[in-house]
Design a binder for this molecule. Sequence first.
Ligand code: BGC
Length: 759
Amino acid sequence: MAFAKQLLSNWRRLLILAAALPLLCPTTDRYGSMLAQFPGQTPVVKGPWQDKTKSPDERADLLIGQMTLDEKVSLLHGPGFSRIFRAPGVEAPTISLGNAGYIPGIARLGIPDLQMADAAVGVTHGSAFGRYCTVLPSGESEASSWSTDVARFYGDLIGTELRDQGYTMSLGGGIDLAREPRNGRIFEYKGEDPILAGTMVGAEMKALQAQGVMGDIKHYAMNDSENGRNFVDIIADKRAMRESDLLAFEIGVKESGVSAVMCSYNLVNHDYACENNWLLNDVLKKDFGFQGFVISDWGATHSTVKAVMAGLDMQMPEDSYLGEPLKKAVQDGQVPPSRLDNMVHRVLRSEFAVGLFDRSLARTAVDPGAGLKVAELVAEEGTVLLKNANGQLPLSASSIRSIAVIGSHADVAVLSGGGSAQVDAPGGNAVPAGGNRGFGGAVWDPSSPLRAIHGKAPNAKVEYDAGTNPASAADLAKNSEVAIVFVNQHTSEGRDVPSLSLPDNQDGLVSAVAAANPHTIVVLETGGAVTMPWIENVSAVLAAWYPGIKGAEAIADILFGDVNPSGKLPLTFPKSEADLPHPKLATQPPPGPGDMKAPFPGVNFRLNTRQFEINDDEGLKVGYKWYDAEGKEPLFPFGYGLSYTTYAYSGLKVTPGSTPTVSFDVKNTGSRAGAEIAEVYVGLPASTNEPPKRLVAWQRIELAPGESKTVSFDLNPHYLSIFSEDKDAWQLAPGDYKVMVGGSSRDLPLNGTFRIPGE
Ligand code: BGC
C-alpha cells in the first residue's frame, strides 16, 4: 500500500514535471518548428549558403537575400551583460552566456547567436556561471616575449576556452599604444611600438580565429588614456596617427583578417571615433581593406545616420541608435538599403569566414591543464630582467640559507589588472580583504611566490613580511642572506594612475630593505612602467608585469635560473615623469562622471558632453622615438632586457634593393643556454624629418653556450616608408638609410647603410 502511494506521488511529480516542461524548455519559437536558441543549439537550416565551396562573401549574400528588414536590423545590436533576452516580437526568450554582449541569431535561417566575451587577457566572467577560465599574464607580458609563437599560444588558448564555453566572439586583443605610460589599460595592450604591437596582435587574433571564434581588435583609435575617455577629443595630425597607433591596427588587421574592430569612446579631431568617417571608412575600410565589421565600444555610439554612414556597423549594447532608428532611417531613405546590406554582409561574412556555420556550437569542458601550461610559458618568456648587479641572480638553490620574501601579498598571490578585462581568480580573490571590490578593484590570483620560492630552496629558511611596516621588513631583511621585495602598482580600465611612482610608500619600503641588505632583489608586478628612485641601491630587478595564474612558478624559475630570462621591454621606463611628452597627466584630475565605467545597462553616456581637447603634439615621437629625438636618457630603454648569459653581434651585411635585406650573426658568449631577441632599427633619410630610428624587424633566437647563428631579414618596404598627407599614401623616401642592429634600442653595435635611389 505504502509502495503504491509512493508510486502515485512519484507519478504525480512526473506528470507535473511533464506539464511544466514546455515552460522550462520552450521548444518552439515564432517560426514554429525550431528550437529556441539555447546557447549551442542553433539549428542547422539547409540552404544554398551552407555550401562550403562558396566564399564567405557569396554565402553571406545568399543569406541576406532571404532576410527581412527587421531581421537585418536585429543583427546589428543587442543587449549587454544580460542573461535572458526576449527579442521584440519573439515568443521564446533566448539565453545569453551572461558576458558583455549578446546578439540573438535567427533560428529560421540557422544564424548563430553572437555570444561575446571580454577576453583581452583570458576569458572573463567565468565564476558567476561556474566556468573555469585561465588567468593569462597581461598583454604587456605577452608583448615582452617579442615572440609570435607566444602570441599564437595566447590567442589559441583564449579562442579554445571561448569556443569550449559556447562563445562565438571575443572582445579584445587591445592594441592602443602606450604613448601615455600612466594609462590604466596598458596591461591589456602590447607596448609602445606600432610594428611590434600590430605583429603580436595579428598573430594572436589569427590563432584565436582558427578556433572558430570571431576576434576583435580594440580600441580604434587613439584611446591612449582612460581618464575622461568618453569626452576627450584627441587632436593629432594624420601622418603621426598613420605612422603610430593606426599602423598598429593596420598590421593587426591585415595579418589576422580579424572579424571586428571596436571603435573607441573618445573623439579624434572633433568627431567621435564611432562616427568618424576618416577613421572608419577612409582608413580602416578603404586603405586597410578591412572586410569585417566595426562594433562600437560599450556606449560609444552617438548617432544613427552619421555613425552608420561614417562606417559603424554594430551598436553595442542597446538598440537606441541601430535598432528602430536605423530601420526608420532606411525606410526614410537616409540610409540606403545597400549600406544596411553591407553592414549585415560584414557581420555574416565574418561568421562564415571563421567557420561559425560549419562547426558545432555545443559547449564542452575547458581543459585547465592546457591553460596552466600556456600561462606559465608566457610568464617565463614575458618576464624582463632589468638589473642584475654582480651576478646577484640566479640564486643558488643548494647553497642559499635564508631568504626574506617581502610585500605585495607574496605569501599567497600575484596581482592582476582590473576592468572589463578582469579574469576571475580561480577560487575567488586571494586577498579578499578591503579595498574597492567593484569594477576595477584589485584582484589577486592564487599563485604564491612564497611557496614557489620555498619549493626551489627547501632547505633554506624562507620567511615572509607583509611589507606594511618598512622597519619590520628591514629587520627581517637584515637577518637574511637575500631579500626579495615584491612591489605592485594596480591599474585598471576606467582610470589612469595618478603617477608612475609606486603607491603606498612602496618606494620607502624598497629603500629601507635595500639599506638593510645589499642583496635586495625587487620583483615588479605592474601594469607598465614605474619610476625607481632606489634603483642604485638594489642588486636586481625583475619586471613580471601581471604574471597570471602560474606567475609565482615562473618568477621562481627565473630567480633560481631554471629559466634563463629572455623578455625585452615593449615600452620605455622613464627616469622621471618630467621626461614624458606630457609631464602632467593631461586629464588629471578626472574631469567628471563617466570616467569610471558605469554598470550596465542603463547609463546614459550621452550625458557626458563636456568635451575637452588633448593635443598629441609629440607627433611622430611616440615612446622611444620621443626619448631618442629629445636626447633624453631613459631609466630602461625600449627593447632592453638582460639574460644570465651574454650575446655578441657581428658580420652585418646589408643588401640594398626594392626589399633591402639585412643579415648578421648572434653568438651566445656565456656558459648558459639562452634566447636573444635581436632587434633591427632603421634611421630614415634626414629629409623625412622622422625621429632618429624605428624598429623594423626582430627575431628571438635560441642559442646553446658558444653557439652562433646567422639571422637574415627582408626589410618590409612598408615599414621603411612615411605617410604623405599630401598624397594620402605611403612613400619610400629616396636617400640614405641607416641600419642599426643589437639587443636593445640603446645598444646597437652593428651599423650599416643602404640607399633608396631617387626618381
Ligand atoms: C571597454 C571594452 C569592453 C566593453 C565591454 C568597455 O568599457 O572599453 O574594452 O569590451 O566595455 O565590457
